[in-house]
Write a protein that binds this ligand. Structure first.
Ligand code: OSB
Ligand code: MG
Length: 370
């Protein structure tokens, strides 16, 4: 298969409700959507999940555009590929820029699956028809967070993650626990604690949390190992994991008990598969994370979560969690509390290209030069 044309759509959307984390508040979300077409006009869509600012990882929308335009896209035009893992291998001659890599590789997976008339879930080796999912509640007044959780419980979400910061963790989580003594509840502090906070973190052990996500900084594997020895609550690593190698380090050091996989953060679905296989072998529970993403990446995550190793409901909420309208048809919705894994070719949903064009602030188009 030769790649003939690549388009990048720089879109911007408002979130339905502002999303507050320990880093700051999100009200607007820029995203880069990728369309790759082959010589027969078969096409696939992917998404670069980098944010506009480098708060979660060091990539940004602008670094992704630069790297895609100046390095990744020219490389893809020069080579012939038979499988998405070959795209990943080619891009891995370049360092870093995992989200930019994942956006291209994801679009190529969709194209590859359509070319072979299979669904993405099938191509990845998924074996579930539907998946249970979780939802994230961002920082707010405890009473408002409790109201949101009760609304989400009513629709069928099965796991609840609350964003906290060091200043309000116990207050928020204990009042949520009082209202919901037995729901699967976890917190995410997005790296806002340090070793000095171990006594404070240990207090959270009384709240019967499913896990604590990424208390310390992204390279602090050793510090996480120190904390995990002192806490009963499992630690889950998010920002620390950029590759299979990082998972192996975390496992060797006993820095966590759970891993969250985000295809964007680890450079794509091929690397996600390797992490999945390793974690199955080592009995490390995994789940699919979220990036306040559009339906393109959201439905890709649904396919990934259909693999056997993803035993914990992920941050794969309905399209309407963040958007008034999504860019895929049908949108991601809960049916009897579950999300159906699409069976159609590729992503298995229709991508609303007209809507994407309307949302675009800028469209970049590249064609192979023969
Ligand atoms: O830490 O998991 C995170 C969103 C953006 C950046 C980082 C994180 C998140 C989430 C997922 O918590 C929220 C969502 O996609 O609904
Ligand atoms: Mg997180």
């Amino acid at each position: 298969m030769w790649i003939q044309e690549i388009e990048l759509f720089l879109i911007e959307q408002s979130l339905k409700i502002p999303f507050k984390t320990s880093y700051g508040i999100y009200e607007q979300r820029e995203s880069i959507l990728v369309k790759i077409s082959d010589e027969n006009g078969v096409f696939g869509f992917g998404e670069v999940v980098a944010f506009s600012e480098p708060w979660y990882t060091d990539e940004t929308i602008k670094t992704a555009l630069h790297i895609l335009q100046d390095f990744f896209i020219p490389t893809l035009f020069k080579n012939h590929f038979n499988h998405p893992s070959e795209v990943a291998n080619h891009l891995n001659q370049f360092k870093g820029h995992k989200m930019a890599k994942a956006g291209l590789e994801g679009a190529y997976w969709d194209l590859y699956c359509k070319y072979h008339s299979i669904s993405l879930a099938e191509a990845l080796g998924g074996n579930k028809d539907e998946i249970p999912v979780g939802v994230v509640v961002s920082i707010d007044e405890p009473q408002k967070m409790i109201k949101q959780i009760s609304d989400y419980l009513a629709i069928g979400y099965e796991r609840f993650k609350v964003k906290v910061s060091k200043e309000n963790d116990f207050e928020i989580v204990s009042s949520i626990r009082q209202s919901f003594p037995s729901i699967p509840l976890m917190i995410d502090a997005n790296s806002s604690y340090s070793l000095d906070d171990i006594p404070q973190l240990k207090k959270l052990d009384q709240l019967d949390l499913l896990m604590i996500e990424q208390p310390f900084g992204e390279r602090q594997f050793i510090e996480h190992a120190v904390l995990q020895k002192e806490m009963n609550t499992p630690i889950c690593l998010d920002e620390s994991i950029y590759s299979l190698e990082d998972v192996q380090i975390a496992y060797q050091l006993e820095a966590c008990k759970i891993i969250t996989v985000k295809p964007g953060r680890v450079g794509g679905l091929s690397e996600s598969l390797e992490i999945h296989n390793y974690c199955m072998e080592k009995n490390i529970p995994i789940w699919v994370g979220g990036m306040i993403e559009t339906g393109i990446s959201r439905i890709q995550n649904v396919a990934l979560a259909s693999l056997a190793g993803f035993t914990i409901p992920g941050d794969i909420s309905e399209s309407n969690r963040h958007w008034d309208q999504d860019v895929i048809i049908p949108e991601v919705t809960l049916i009897n509390g579950k999300v159906k894994v699409p069976k159609g070719e590729g992503l298995g949903v229709e991508v609303d290209e007209e809507r994407i064009r309307r949302l675009s602030k800028k469209i970049y188009k590249y064609t192979i030069q023969k």
